[in-house]
Design a protein around this ligand. Structure first.
Ligand code: AHR
Length: 317
């Protein structure tokens, strides 16, 4: 009989087998390639696996949870040593995670969290997604220095943990500052194309002169929105302040050009800490904590964004 969601199940959740990196096969279920950041994470993960001599089986889910679930089932059927998954949305993972656990295959979450019992995965390598949103909100509070500001918000993929948490965090950051109001909030699905389309609709509905700031849950949507703002005859970064998240090279370039104001860095290297944890676990059963937190850092026009752009642009973004 299977033991599920009990303390005992938690204690015996995974039984590690000794595995050397050279013999290790890991399945990676990636969301897709919706953003520059996502493409960079894929590149870094492949590089990290190669560097360690790990055989990485890569599956691109084209933004669909059902494809991710199929990929995970296929990895289980192939008897991989471990699975990495960047979960597109937060819910609906329990069954497939239980299947992996029943097969003694540890699962590590990359960059997004899930609403499932923590005993069902080995660890999650993510940033503090709420904190990122809070930093963005606090930056805008300080930038506005008490002036009234009507904000539009471009949300990430509906139901994804960064969309939920970055919204919550931003609202926490501006809480108690009645001069700041979110007047429109809609998903742009983390893509440049949708960021532009939704920003156009915001500009039409509100009138560009009535929007003081844009908060975008990622840089790609902000870059798409910058185009929409320019086409509306306004100056992004001046007429409309822009703060977003990821710190991809194009965001640094936009800040260097005065077309964007701030971004919060999300490292694309989630695989490094994830593979460190998996190698230790598979070698001798060392259990990592349930959350391996990556650092977040705010960049503004006070930084040398041109130099950062030059340094980052060849890193696979
Ligand atoms: O989960 C991380 C988010 O997903 C990144 O901020 C975004 O660019 C990506 O698509």
């Amino acid at each position: 009989m299977k033991l599920k969601n009990t303390l005992l199940a938690t204690a015996i959740a995974f039984s590690p087998v000794a595995a050397m990196a050279g013999d290790m096969t890991i399945g990676f279920s990636q969301i897709g390639s919706e953003s520059g950041w996502r493409a960079a994470e894929t590149t870094v993960t492949k590089q990290e696996a190669e560097r360690r001599g790990i055989n990485l089986k890569f599956a691109d889910a084209q933004q669909k949870q059902e494809n991710q679930i199929k990929a995970i089932r296929s990895f289980i059927a192939q008897g991989v040593d471990a699975i990495l998954v960047a979960p597109v949305v937060a819910t609906g993972w329990d069954e497939v995670l239980e299947e992996a656990q029943d097969a003694d295959i540890p699962v590590v979450l990359l960059d997004r969290t899930v609403d499932a019992d923590k005993s069902l995965y080995l660890t999650a390598v993510t940033s503090d997604l709420v904190h990122e949103g809070k930093v963005a909100g606090e930056w805008l509070v300080s930038e506005m220095a008490g002036e009234d500001c009507r904000i539009v918000e471009l949300q990430g993929t509906t139901g994804s943990s960064p969309a939920i948490d970055r919204k919550t965090g931003f609202e926490q950051g501006i809480a108690g500052h009645d001069n700041l109001k979110i007047v429109r909030s809609q998903t742009g699905d983390f893509t440049r194309a949708q960021g532009k389309v939704v920003m156009e609709s915001f500009l039409k509905a509100e009138g560009g002169e009535n929007i003081c700031a844009l908060y975008a849950h990622n840089d790609d949507m902000a870059v798409g929105a910058i185009q929409a703002i320019k086409e509306a005859g306004l100056a992004p970064g001046e007429d409309i302040k822009i703060v977003a998240i990821d710190a991809v090279p194009d965001a640094h370039l936009a800040i260097a050009n005065g077309e964007m104001n701030a971004t919060i860095e999300l490292t694309p290297n989630m695989a490094g800490p994830a593979l460190d944890a998996l190698e230790a676990y598979l070698a001798d059963g060392t259990e990592p904590g349930k959350w391996i937190q990556t650092e977040s850092r705010l960049f503004t026009s006070a930084d040398d964004n041109q130099a950062i752009y030059e340094a980052k642009k060849d890193l696979g973004y």
